[in-house]
Write a protein that binds this ligand. Structure first.
Ligand SMILES: *Cc1c(COP(=O)(O)O)cnc(C)c1O
Length: 421
């Protein structure tokens, strides 16, 4: 394996600022100008004909491709060590477009049963309406995933660290299963970002991010992205509908299918303005993640010794069941999401209402520390069984630890915990 921190001869910190992008040739601007234009003009009918036919490179219409969005796509593909990337209107849009493209009616997804609430709703409610079924399995057991894969399976989907269950998937072990079965492995690495892990190096065929979270970093723009690692052979028996794109584009078949058919027709393009904001955010991802992770480790340690706290979910605690695996996969960093459990809902509400700094809000990966009570919000509509699987108890609180001074964050939780006694 290549040096985790110096994958392309430069450190990841450097690639976030320089990788896969050059200053704008027309203006010299190091960040891409915001090409806030729906379409792009050509001098001659002959030239536009060539661009439409793909015989000459060029932008046509921003639902298909846009220069500002391409800049972000190239940079993230580069960071992930992938072959190509496609930006989408949101993380959900990246996942739903991919699922529609790979599966089609009659196809099946095998998914981790502890996944982001929006993805769970997509897989369990929306896609069945379109004829795509999902089998949910325990992703902490590669054998359970293997047993769930049938002839109709078109993709396996897992998250690096799920929340609020805080499960860590053993990607190398899962990739062994998916390779044997000939199914593409899709990894949602939103909470780990390209700074903690390049899932491709552990066998992921496709990587998705909600760029709304840490990549943007400031909670200012929704977006998603999908990276093809280049490891899956799309001449696959499970995906015969991609054959025409294999003929046209070879290893780039999936990207061609997305750009020229499924992604284009479903229409979930990322806006140039949002791509610009994600690109700006990405430049500081490494320094932000370092602080996010160290603050979270400190808060987890504080909460763990507090008498009112029954349990802390954070893979960075040495007695956590995923500690060894997480250390290995994420290079000694453990992300900035933690959960902790109080006695009941009343205590949790009292704590949230007593926090002065932490913001009660349904997002993660922002500069500020965020808290939410999952059972009464994100999981409000879920059955008790689903809550149990997700580890969502009535006293559970999820924290996305921000970039404030660590003593101020701990101080805020300390004073709020005093109020619940
Ligand atoms: C937020 C999130 C998504 C969905 O992304 P949006 O940009 O909100 O659509 C998907 N997966 C994970 C892990 C997320 O946290």
């Amino acid at each position: 394996m290549k040096d985790r921190k110096k994958p392309e001869g430069h450190h990841l910190e450097t690639l976030m600022i320089h990788g896969g992008g050059r200053p704008d040739t027309a203006t010299g601007a190091p960040l891409p100008p915001i090409a806030q234009s729906n379409a792009f003009s050509y001098k001659s009918a002959e030239q536009l004909e060539r661009v439409f036919a793909g015989r000459e490179p060029g932008y046509i219409y921003s639902r298909i491709a846009n220069p500002t969005v391409s800049f972000l796509e190239n940079r993230i593909a580069f960071l992930e060590g992938g072959m190509a990337a496609l930006a989408a209107a949101s993380g959900m849009n990246a996942i739903s477009t991919l699922a529609a493209t790979l599966c089609g009616a009659g196809g099946q997804i095998v998914s981790s049963r502890t996944i982001f609430g929006g993805t769970y709703s997509l897989f369990s409610k929306t896609l069945p309406h379109l004829g795509i079924e999902t089998v949910f399995a325990d992703a902490t057991s590669p054998n359970a995933l293997a047993a769930a894969i049938s002839d109709r399976c078109r993709m396996v989907f897992v998250e690096t660290i799920s929340n609020p269950a805080m499960d860590v998937a053993d990607l190398a072990a899962i990739a062994e299963v998916t390779k044997k079965a000939g199914v593409p492995l899709v990894v949602d690495s939103t909470v780990t970002t390209p700074y903690l892990i390049r899932p491709r190096e552990f066998g992921a065929d496709l990587v998705v991010h909600s760029t709304s979270k840490f990549i943007n970093g400031h909670g200012t723009a929704i977006g998603g992205i999908l990276v093809d690692s280049g490891s899956f052979d799309w001449r696959s028996e499970r995906h015969p509908h991609l054959e025409e794109f294999v003929r046209k584009a070879g290893p780039f078949a999936l990207m061609a299918a997305l750009r020229q058919r499924y992604g284009r027709d479903l229409g979930g393009c990322q806006s140039p303005m949002n791509a610009f904001l994600q690109t700006v955010g990405l430049e500081t991802l490494a320094v932000r993640m370092d602080r996010h992770c160290s603050n979270t480790a400190s808060l987890a340690t504080f909460l763990k010794q507090h008498p009112a706290v029954r349990r802390v979910g954070y893979p960075g605690l040495t007695d956590n069941r995923f500690y060894q695996l997480a250390s290995r996969q994420f290079g000694g960093k453990f992300g900035s999401i933690l959960t902790f459990e109080l006695a009941n809902k009343e205590q949790s509400f009292r704590l949230i209402n007593s926090l002065r700094l932490a913001t009660n809000l349904a997002n993660l990966g922002e500069t500020r520390t965020l808290v939410i009570h999952p059972a009464s919000t994100i999981f409000q509509d879920c059955a008790d069984k689903e809550k149990e699987i997700g580890g969502v108890t009535s006293g559970l609180i999820r924290v996305s630890v921000g970039l404030e001074h660590c003593e101020d964050i701990i101080g805020d939780f300390a004073q709020a915990l005093q109020n619940i006694a």
